[in-house]
Design a protein around this ligand. Structure first.
Ligand SMILES: Nc1ncnc2c1ncn2[C@@H]1O[C@H](COP(=O)(O)OP(=O)(O)O)[C@@H](O)[C@H]1O
Ligand SMILES: [Mg+2]
Length: 390
């Protein structure tokens, strides 16, 4: 169930013409790679101590339940997901039947777990929480499913990491509300069908593209969560400040919203750090000046880049005139493992259009030069666009 998505080979013909081969890696593949990189980061904890990591650390987990909106009406942003979901839930409540199974997909820290809890709350039903990696054997899943009462919500986080036998058990459960419990081993084993109560499965994944089709097809409703806009993040940050008892000025909220990488989890974390700073160095009020000073101290810049992100861009721009540079060379210059550069720094730089991954190596875009306060050289082609001489 692991398996990296195969690196995209340039199609024949493309390789011969440098320009076309430089085309940026397709967006969906990038998303899959990014999500997969995060999976690895989660496993290795490469990303763990970064202030701008989208993954939850122990502090985040301790505070997140207090910050989670409890009802759909309090959930900010993701307008389309909210509208669609409210229809699905309302009609289910009216019919008095459990709604279709719901798949929530998107990068970490955008509110998948929050939405799952909201679904249960809106249905007025209890929720069982588990995750793909926690279900080691199909028996673990059978234990959950066979003890459900009617209408309960089952939340499986990181559902793409479910082991194969459990996944197959889930197909049947989702479709027919039935599980086959296998008794005995080898040729004498028999499958005993067991009826289970109608339930609603909510699955969350950072890698929906890699979910097996039979599983994906069994969800009646799929919601894709996207990064938040600064205006939405401002509202979220102001709401969190209220819950945490932080005095936050509007210009302070604006400053934080621009630096949190479109991710509420990071926004909430930055807010706590800035609050600490305001309490120690000031009168506890978070305004723009305090937010700027604090985030300068924590080395998170205006776009949410941290020290490693900037080191990568500087290496590319200052040492290699923008590239292309191979990943391993780049890693040596910034003094990190290649894996760390690829997994921890690059995905966000690529998303922000500051760095492009090309078959010949990493390239800084004109935006990267500008971000470092430099003028991009005239000859820097926009990545992906063939130049006159290709
Ligand atoms: N739309 C939102 N409005 C307010 N807070 C949000 C929103 N989305 C996420 N959050 C906050 O961000 C944090 C991470 O959300 P979570 O649901 O755990 O993300 P995910 O499960 O996608 O990683 C939570 O503390 C939650 O309060
Ligand atoms: Mg989650």
């Amino acid at each position: 169930m692991t398996g990296r998505p195969a690196n995209r080979e340039p199609a024949t013909g493309e390789a011969a013409t440098g320009g076309a081969a430089d085309r940026r890696i397709a967006e969906d593949e990038l998303e899959a790679r990014e999500a997969e990189a995060l999976d690895r980061a989660r496993a290795d904890r490469t990303d763990a101590d970064r202030l701008v990591s989208p993954l939850a650390d122990a502090d985040d987990r301790a505070i997140e339940s207090a910050l989670r909106p409890k009802r759909l009406a309090d959930f900010v942003g993701q307008q389309r997901v909210r509208d669609q979901l409210s229809l699905v839930l309302e009609s289910a409540v009216r019919r008095g039947r459990p709604p279709d199974h719901v798949l929530l997909s998107g990068p970490p820290g955008l509110g998948k777990t929050t939405i799952a809890m909201i679904i249960a709350a809106e249905l007025g039903m209890p929720m069982r929480i588990t995750s793909g990696p926690a279900i080691e054997r199909s028996g673990d899943l059978a234990a959950v499913l066979s003890t459900l009462s009617e209408g309960e919500v089952v939340f499986i986080d990181e559902i793409h990491r479910l082991a194969r036998p459990a996944e197959e058990m889930l197909y049947l459960a989702m479709e027919d509300f039935r599980v086959d419990v296998v008794v005995g081993k080898g040729p004498g084993a028999t499958a005993i069908p067991l009826e289970i109560a109608p339930f609603t499965l909510v699955g969350a994944t950072t890698r929906s593209g890699l979910l097996p089709a039979p599983l994906r097809d069994r969800f009646g409703f799929t919601a894709h969560m996207d990064f938040y806009r600064p205006e939405e993040l401002e509202i979220i940050i102001r709401r969190s400040a209220g819950l945490l008892g932080v005095t936050l000025r509007d210009d302070g909220a604006t400053e934080l919203a621009g630096r949190c990488r479109g991710t509420p989890r990071i926004a909430n974390r930055l807010l706590r750090r800035v609050r600490d700073y305001a309490e120690v160095k000031g009168d506890g009020v978070v305004n723009r000046a305090v937010a700027r000073a604090a985030l300068e101290l924590y080395e998170v810049d205006e776009q949410g880049l941290d020290r490693l992100d900037r080191a990568v861009l500087e290496a590319l721009v200052l040492r290699y005139d923008g590239g292309p540079v191979g990943l391993s060379t780049l890693a040596v210059i910034v003094g990190e493992e290649a894996e760390t550069v690829e997994v921890v720094a690059e995905p966000f730089l690529v998303r922000r259009g500051l760095l492009a991954r090309t078959p010949r190596g990493r390239v800084a875009t004109p935006a990267a030069w500008q971000h470092l306060g430099l003028t991009p050289p005239e000859s820097t082609p926009a990545p992906g666009l063939p130049t006159l001489f290709d």
